[in-house]
Design a protein around this ligand. Structure first.
Ligand SMILES: C[S@@+](CC[C@H](N)C(=O)[O-])C[C@H]1O[C@@H](n2cnc3c(N)ncnc32)[C@H](O)[C@@H]1O
Length: 284
């Protein structure tokens, strides 16, 4: 074949096109792959308090709460301007018509939710937690308030509860489920120990959605709260873990779907304070 000016131009053009295609692929596909890979990583990633330390999420969470137990109550009320107290009261009111006599408070910590549950006039509130430090502060508080005959605080793991099936009229959890290592396992075991017809009431942080409150709140939650919390608690990770764990945690409809998956019926979500927290309710 004779090499004409026309074929030379054509060959040069197809080389240029091939090179430009390669550059296009490099520029656009690599970041895309990274994005997809990042999403896969994110889906697998468990948020733990101490990223540079060994140990399961459960071990890390227990040791984090042991560390901050002395300052936990103060920081809770200070950082939420006391609104956490109103949220707990409102969550407990969801059980008013049920008159539960045996109540289990999971992830009871220093026992504030268990104390609020006394408003329902139960025979007994049992609280369980994996942090001995939080339980010690809680037991001291119950003694001081003369409530230790009606509230019992025990060491216990939400994912392997030490109680028989169908024991409790109601199971309650405030700001605990987000910290579970295995959320579904924890919720399923809670469902197991509730009697048929009994209720679960869960209070947990959620994510505000409306502009501009969402932006203002996110600024406070991500930048201001960790600085104050970490300084006062003297734990460099606890109050950084808080917004990170909330960001990654399912809220609203997604959380209700998980409750239903483990067997709860008539599930409801009641957002509080423009969606900063939500109350979730389900029936066994
Ligand atoms: C943010 S505190 C909430 C304490 C209390 N309910 C309140 O409203 O103040 C979370 C608690 O969950 C506990 N926790 C985390 N995982 C748990 C598990 N698998 N079983 C029992 N308690 C758990 C922690 O030890 C911690 O005391």
């Amino acid at each position: 074949m004779a090499v004409t000016e026309e074929t030379l131009v054509h060959t040069r053009n197809s080389h240029v096109a091939a090179i430009s295609r390669t550059i296009h692929v490099i520029i656009f596909n690599i970041p895309l792959k990274r994005r997809v890979y990042g999403l896969i990583l994110q889906a697998d990633m468990t948020v733990v308090p101490y990223k540079d330390k060994q140990g399961s999420k459960k071990q890390q969470v227990a040791s984090m709460f042991d560390n901050i137990s002395g300052k936990y109550d103060f920081l809770n009320h200070f950082l939420s301007l006391g609104i956490d107290i109103l949220w707990r009261k409102k969550a407990i009111r969801q059980l008013k018509k049920d008159h539960p006599k045996q109540i289990l408070d999971i992830a009871t910590g220093t026992g504030d939710f268990a104390i609020e549950a006394l408003a329902l006039n139960p025979d007994k509130v049992t609280g369980v937690d994996i942090s001995e430090g939080m339980l010690a502060v809680g037991r001291e508080k119950m003694k001081r308030k003369g409530m230790d005959d009606r509230i019992e605080l025990l060491s216990g793991d939400s994912e392997a509860l030490q109680f028989e099936d169908n024991k409790f009229d109601a199971v309650i959890v405030s700001f605990g489920v987000r910290n579970f290592e295995n959320l579904e396992k924890g919720l399923a075991d809670m469902q197991r120990v509730i009697r048929p017809g009994g209720k679960v009431v869960i209070l947990e942080f959620s994510k505000p959605k409306s502009f501009p409150f969402k932006q203002l709140y996110n600024f406070y939650f991500k930048w201001v709260l960790p600085k104050i919390g970490n300084t006062i608690s003297k734990d460099q990770a606890a109050y950084t873990y808080l917004p990170e764990s909330v960001r990654q945690f399912p809220d609203g409809e997604s959380f209700l779907q998980i409750l239903e998956k483990v067997g709860f019926k008539n599930t409801q979500c009641k957002p509080l304070t423009l969606g900063i927290s939500s109350i979730y309710i389900g029936t066994k």
